[in-house]
Design a protein around this ligand. Sequence first.
Ligand SMILES: NC(=O)c1ccc[n+]([C@@H]2O[C@H](COP(=O)([O-])OP(=O)(O)OC[C@H]3O[C@@H](n4cnc5c(N)ncnc54)[C@H](O)[C@@H]3O)[C@@H](O)[C@H]2O)c1
Length: 308
Amino acid sequence: MTINFSGKVAVITGAGNGLGRQYALLLASLGAKVVVNDLGAALDGMAANNSPAEKVAAEIRASGGEARANGDNVTDPEGAARMVRQAIDAFGRLDILVCNAGILRDRSLLKMSNDDFAQVMDVHMTGAYLCVKAAAPAMIEQGFGRIVLTTSPSGLFGNFGQSNYGAAKMALVGFANTLKLELGRKGVLVNCIAPSAITRMTESILDEEHAEALLPEYVAPMVAYLCSDACSCNGEIFAAGANHFAINRMVQGPGVTFSGGVPSIDDIAGRISEISTLEGALPYQSGVDHTARLMEEYRAANASGNGN
Ligand SMILES: NC(=O)c1ccc[n+]([C@@H]2O[C@H](COP(=O)([O-])OP(=O)(O)OC[C@H]3O[C@@H](n4cnc5c(N)ncnc54)[C@H](O)[C@@H]3O)[C@@H](O)[C@H]2O)c1
């Protein structure tokens, strides 16, 4: 099987640098027509200039691919609509959206300004929301779409000084959890990537030793797979970095259902190791499935008169 993107059109946000640039180059080299979006922001989101998007689009065209540059801000509803319109006007359709644009404003909680928090949430979460909202109608209409949202190990597992960034990155997981239900049945699959790579975003915390292992090139094939016809995953989170690729899931342990009324704090304390175990943990397809399982366990526990 040779996966390619012939006839496919992609919008990749924040593709003027780092990971997004790599995704754009790979998809274009496999036949996709690409709108390279990038505001040209500094790492903290300030001081915009459009040149990185132009540069990457030119790089793609110089290697025989098709690309357009777009300098819109993902946090601007009009900008998000414009980048989608640009793809459709230039290339006739839109199949793929990779929401990759991002900024950092690292501070520990007590030193964080409300603006540091709001700006990071705005670019990562609101930016993805606006781009997905703008892109989804064309994808739904054609019954095909692939959307990749960018989460982070920092959100999934935590990192000191990144409460704003971690919150924004986990917000995207929650976003995908609902989109997989709303858009998946229309042929539009939504997955998350949790990359690890040396870019200007991470170069201050990763040293030379990491440079060879953490090339953005090692992340791009996973993202390209999630954008392809071959992908049938929906609502999943894939980590990729240093040539390692792995699924991550929200799961819930088997837990304990008490019977005979509200348990006391001592009842909870007495069974905390059973409540805490992940052995036999399950993922759920939705919050509704989760509640259905709770009800099943509740009825079973109360029918038998014993907690399980
Ligand atoms: N590098 C890593 O190890 C790592 C780890 C986890 C997650 N991520 C995520 O991957 C994505 C790419 O990060 P990167 O490491 O390549 O960083 P990067 O700084 O090299 O690239 C981010 C790009 O987004 C652009 N951008 C910022 N705000 C924008 C806006 N409002 N509108 C349009 N473009 C905007 C920037 O100009 C920049 O070119 C980000 O979402 C980041 O949070 C990166």
